[in-house]
Design a protein around this ligand. Structure first.
Ligand code: NAD
Length: 411
């Protein structure tokens, strides 16, 4: 249920393992597209969808399909509400739509990232009330955090350990049995809360460590220390250190959003802030503005004002080699530059049309770099010949620490 970045790859794997799979989604566009063999996510091509269909997969927008399911996996979005708190409206809506169709013996698993307590306190009451079934006897309920990493060629669902937490031991056992058909290793949590929290620990860990290097890169620049070289040195330590890299900020569905679920829960239930998350957010969300200042200063070195200067942004998605633009820091960066009067263009093979009004698309990054006053590498897509673009550029500002040669300035 929820045929997005999480749901479709899971469905694909389940089909390939011989399970009978139906995909349920409220979007007619997505349902019609998948049934017509069209993929709408990065990690799957149309040929993969064709194989799923040949393996018996069908998409539907009718929640009644749940009546024949042994297992229902909920993968709907869990965004933030306008006040920055958790928005569980889609989890609630999903639960309300399936509950009347659930039959005795069904296992329901929530995979959407959320705060600890959601499965028990939000999902369970809706399912029990509207189905008339009781969790632990008629119904099995579990949480299993999704660990999908879009664009990662090495790790997918099948070779990434899967954490499961059940409302009861029997619920956990059912979830373990289900996922054992799909992944090489299932790790059973003490309960649903531990499973929910483990996902938030993983994402907060990334958010905080990215903020750490983003803060260090700023003062390293002022101290004339090449921070990229510092990381290269530190990462030679074979234990106790994991390399994180600075950049224009954090993006995507997870890192900028999920830790808020945890800090909101801590504040609401315990009355005190989760300080690491607040600090990390402040540092990471300040990066686009910092990058704009560095661009301003690089142009200034060449006696150019930002107003009227051509700034080419390379790679505007939130990570390399994917098309996902959600929460991409390229968006606030472009908006700041446009607000300062720059002529902003962008080159990105994955983004035919960008959400930022006023940014002009460039087809050929090398000739666009030769025309722009400054070229900024935000995402190092494999398709970019970085050295060729840097050589053509008047000034190349590298936010990823990969370019070499004269005229290259690193973050
Ligand atoms: N994208 C990732 O890399 C990633 C990684 C780990 C965890 N997650 C988590 O997984 C969850 C899903 O994320 P996603 O990236 O797959 O989202 P997505 O936006 O790509 O897909 C979600 C799908 O759910 C559908 N939907 C919404 N409400 C529905 C409802 N009531 N009933 C049925 N379908 C409904 C939407 O139409 C959409 O197709 C989120 O909680 C997210 O935080 C995502």
């Amino acid at each position: 249920m929820g045929l997005g970045y999480v749901g479709v790859p899971l469905a694909e794997l389940a089909v390939s393992r011989g399970l009978e799979v139906t995909g349920l989604d409220t979007s007619d566009r997505i349902v019609t597209g998948l049934n017509a063999g069209v993929s709408h996510i990065d990690d799957l091509g149309d040929e993969d969808v064709a194989e799923m269909l040949a393996g018996g997969f069908r998409a539907s927008s009718d929640p009644a399909v749940v009546a024949t399911a042994d297992t229902v996996v909920i993968c709907v979005p869990t965004p933030l509400d306008p006040a920055g708190g958790p928005d569980l409206s889609m989890v609630r809506a999903a639960a309300r739509s399936i509950a009347p169709h659930l039959t005795s013996g069904t296992l329901v698993v929530l995979e959407s990232t959320t705060y600890p307590g959601t499965t028990e306190e939000v999902l369970r009451p809706i399912l029990e009330e509207l189905s008339g079934l009781t969790v632990g006897s008629g119904l099995a309920l579990a949480f299993s955090p999704e660990r999908v990493d879009p664009g990662n060629p090495e790790f997918g669902i099948a070779n990434t350990p899967k954490v499961v937490g059940g409302t009861t031991e029997e619920c956990a056992r059912r979830a373990e049995e289900f996922y054992s058909q799909l992944t090489s290793q299932v790790v059973v949590a003490r309960g649903t809360r531990e499973a929910e929290m483990s996902k938030l620990l993983e994402n907060t860990y990334r958010q905080v460590n990215i903020a750490l290097v983003n803060e260090m890169v700023r003062f390293s620049h002022e101290l004339s220390i090449d921070f990229w070289d510092v990381i290269r040195l530190a990462r030679t330590k074979p234990f106790g250190f994991q390399a994180f890299y600075p950049g224009p900020g954090v993006g995507g569905h997870c890192i900028p959003i999920d830790p808020n679920y945890l800090s909101h829960r801590v504040e609401e239930q315990l009355g005190y802030p989760f300080r690491f998350v607040e600090l990390a957010q402040e540092i990471n969300s300040g990066m686009p503005r910092y990058v704009a200042q560095r661009i301003q200063s690089l142009l200034n070195d060449r006696s150019l004002p930002v107003r009227g200067s051509g700034v080419l942004l390379l790679g505007v998605t939130y990570k390399p080699d994917i098309a996902d633009q959600r929460e991409s820091p390229a968006i606030p960066l472009a908006q700041v530059l446009l607000g300062m009067g720059a002529r902003v263009s962008y080159a990105d093979p994955h983004v035919p049309a960008w959400v930022v009004d006023g940014a002009v698309r460039a087809d050929d990054p090398v000739s666009a770099a030769a025309e722009a006053d400054i070229t900024v590498l935000l995402q190092q897509h494999r398709a970019f010949d970085v050295d060729a673009i840097a050589a053509a550029a008047h000034c190349f500002f590298d936010l990823r620490g990969v370019a070499t040669g004269p005229g290259v300035e690193r973050l």
